[in-house]
Design a protein around this ligand. Structure first.
Ligand SMILES: *[C@@H]1O[C@H](CO)[C@@H](O)[C@H](O)[C@H]1NC(C)=O
Ligand SMILES: *[C@@H]1O[C@H](CO)[C@@H](O)[C@H](O)[C@H]1NC(C)=O
Ligand SMILES: *[C@@H]1O[C@H](CO)[C@@H](O)[C@H](O)[C@H]1NC(C)=O
Length: 288
């Protein structure tokens, strides 16, 4: 309601041709408007688009859209959300009941910042920074709120033969920037790449999708347990590694790295338990 009123008032001001930007009332033409929008008019407000860019933010981490306006004079800067044409802030006032939106302006700067606390994915979209000239001029920015996803290929359980290489591949997707670091832990302890054990290395390829391979050569039983990949700016993820003792024909066929699906492993377990039961019975009979 208040949005409509404000927009209506702006439209009315525009139509009546009254100015507050120093132009002759009769001199307000389409050409002048275009010039102002393109920032060609030497005086009068213009956007510094290099400092008013699209923003990618993380879910839950305060996002900031910046709008830099040169020669603003005494005009007001407003932030409008395009999704529902909602006036969020005007000057340093907030016009939305959603208290996550805050207008920030330091009088010593030309920056008008829209802060969004606890952003969610649905906050993604176009936001417009509008300057109350007659007619108003606007600059649109796109906010995308993303949630990084971390996965370890083949998880959550990996079965590996003794002596073969454990190759854990951790993938980080939808991260606004590559994780500055990826930590690997084994049984909750930081992996030491210079440990006397040797043969432990990590290869990380950063990019739009970041991939980190943890390689443990000549796997032994002691290498079993929980491994966690913890990117600096994304959720950690863990896998349970089981280093199988002895020979395992199925594992040989799969290049040493074997993935057993839950239903199969459950079925196998029950067979093993049944067989063990038989042996025990036999043993007991032999003893008797
Ligand atoms: C802005 O300043 C000009 C003169 O510099 C003045 O005429 C005008 O009324 C002012 N506008 C507002 C909204 O204060
Ligand atoms: C901002 O994002 C929108 C939507 O994704 C895109 O069309 C536009 O080109 C982007 N602008 C800049 C300056 O990157
Ligand atoms: C580890 O596994 C990944 C994914 O399967 C593969 O791309 C990579 O080449 C492997 N690295 C080594 C050293 O085997």
């Amino acid at each position: 309601m208040s949005t409509l009123l404000v927009l209506g008032a702006l439209a009315l001001v525009a139509r009546t041709g009254c100015t507050d930007n120093g132009l002759n009332p009769s001199g307000v033409s389409d050409l002048d408007y275009t010039d102002v929008e393109l920032g060609l008019t030497p005086r009068g407000p213009r956007f510094d688009v290099a400092h008013s860019k699209n923003v990618t933010a993380l879910v839950g981490k305060t996002a900031q859209l910046n709008c830099r306006v040169h020669d603003l004079g005494n005009r007001t800067v407003s932030w409008i959300r395009h999704r529902d044409i909602h006036l969020l802030t005007s000057g340093r006032m907030t016009y939305t009941s959603d208290q996550r939106f805050i207008s920030v302006h330091n009088p010593h700067t030309e920056d008008w910042i829209l802060k969004i606390r606890f952003p969610q994915r649905r906050d993604s979209g176009v936001y417009e920074c509008q300057v109350g000239t007659t007619p108003p001029i606007g600059h649109r920015m796109y906010l995308s709120v993303v949630e990084p996803v971390t996965t370890i290929l083949g998880g959550p359980e990996l079965f590996i033969n003794t002596g073969s290489t454990i190759n854990l591949t951790c993938v980080v997707q939808h991260s606004p920037e590559p994780p500055p670091a990826i930590r690997w832990t084994h049984k909750e302890e930081e992996i030491n790449y210079d440990s006397p054990r040797g043969g432990v290395s990590v290869i990380t390829e950063k990019g739009e999708t970041t991939t980190s391979h943890l390689l443990v050569q000549k796997a032994r039983m002691a290498d079993s347990g929980r491994y966690t990949c913890a990117p600096a700016n994304a959720n950690p993820i863990s896998v349970q590694v089981h280093v199988l003792s002895g020979e395992h024909p199925a594992a040989m066929q799969h290049g040493g790295q074997l993935r057993i699906q839950y239903p199969i492993s459950a079925a196998m377990l029950s067979i093993i338990v049944t067989l063990m039961g038989c042996y025990y019975k036999q043993d007991i009979r032999n003893i008797l």
